[in-house]
Design a protein around this ligand. Structure first.
Ligand SMILES: [Zn+2]
Length: 298
């Protein structure tokens, strides 16, 4: 009897708290795109240090940076700023540019759970794609490059990494749970850079993934063919007028890929054994939740 009273009281308190949070975010998330960019910079400027970044294991990828792979130095010195996602003056961006995307790695094999584009509900642009993952999944660098930012933004990206690539693109990885790299680290396409999570403004575990060219947030589905886990072609032609368009992105194909991905994942024993420790804890808490909910029903 007492338990159900406490549970009721808790539910009421939670509902009020949720309403308060929703009310707050309703006021703060409705922004004009221009203001959003400005505020994003201000938010980034206020960030403190991350205390839970973890040590980077000595990885052969960091050591074997042969001279022919050595990036052009100007890519990493011009406009190098560790505080802002967008450090470019958009007026300097050329009208058109051909970008080499032949050396790539998918940032995570999960399907797209939310596409790039304008979100009427929030009255703002979604400048990347959301890729489905589980907390703790490995997130990998999409191209060769150097880490420009590892930072935390509570009301947006959460823990995020920005990598500047040798092909002039930049990629952004958001809502991470842990960093595996630090600012200035060189990475190759496929180097683990972080673990996936649910930090920042996020309602469930996913990777927010952006592809940018000199500040322009390109639709990642214009470069990557997510349902087929590849790139559309070896080069992507950036054009100021068409950079928001996707190329052959088929939601139906993505849905089919998602179905295959989840069923494969559910039967993947290698994955469950490597996570046995955390799974045991999770199943225990699930059991106790189940018994609690039974009690509640009674
Ligand atoms: Zn997103």
């Amino acid at each position: 009897m007492q338990f159900s009273k406490i549970a009721k009281r808790l539910t009421t308190t939670l509902t009020i708290a949720t309403a308060a949070i929703l009310g707050m975010s309703a006021q703060t998330t409705y922004r004009l795109p221009g203001q959003h960019t400005q505020q994003q910079g201000q938010l980034l400027a206020r960030q403190g240090n991350l205390t839970h970044s973890i040590a980077v294991p000595i990885n052969i990828d960091y050591l074997n940076f042969s001279t022919e792979d050595e990036p052009e130095i100007d890519i990493y010195t011009e406009g190098w700023n560790s505080g802002r996602v967008n450090c470019y003056n958009l007026a300097n961006t050329p009208q058109q540019a051909v970008i080499d995307v032949s050396r790539y790695h998918m940032p995570h094999p999960g399907p797209i759970s939310s596409p790039y584009g304008y979100r009427p509900r929030f009255r703002r642009m979604h400048k990347g794609v959301d890729i489905s993952l589980h907390i703790g999944d490995t997130v990998r660098a999409a191209f060769d490059g150097r880490v420009r930012i590892t930072n935390y933004e509570a009301r947006g990206y959460g823990n995020y990494v920005v990598v500047r690539h040798t092909n002039d693109l930049e990629t952004v990885y958001g809502h991470l749970s842990k960093f595996l790299v630090k600012n200035g680290d060189f990475v190759k396409a496929g180097t683990p850079i972080a673990l996936g999570g649910n930090t920042g403004r996020s309602t469930g575990p996913h990777l927010h993934f952006e592809t940018r060219y000199m500040g322009y947030a390109i639709n990642p589905a214009a470069i990557f063919d997510f349902p087929n886990q590849t790139t559309h072609t070896d080069t992507y032609t950036f054009n100021k007028n068409t950079y928001q368009n996707a190329r052959n992105f088929d939601p139906q194909a993505n849905a089919q890929y998602a179905q295959a991905y989840y069923s494969k994942r559910a039967t993947n024993k290698a994955y469950s054994s490597s996570k046995s420790k955390s799974k045991k804890v999770a199943s225990k808490s699930k059991k106790s939740k189940r018994s609690k909910s039974k009690k509640r029903r009674r």
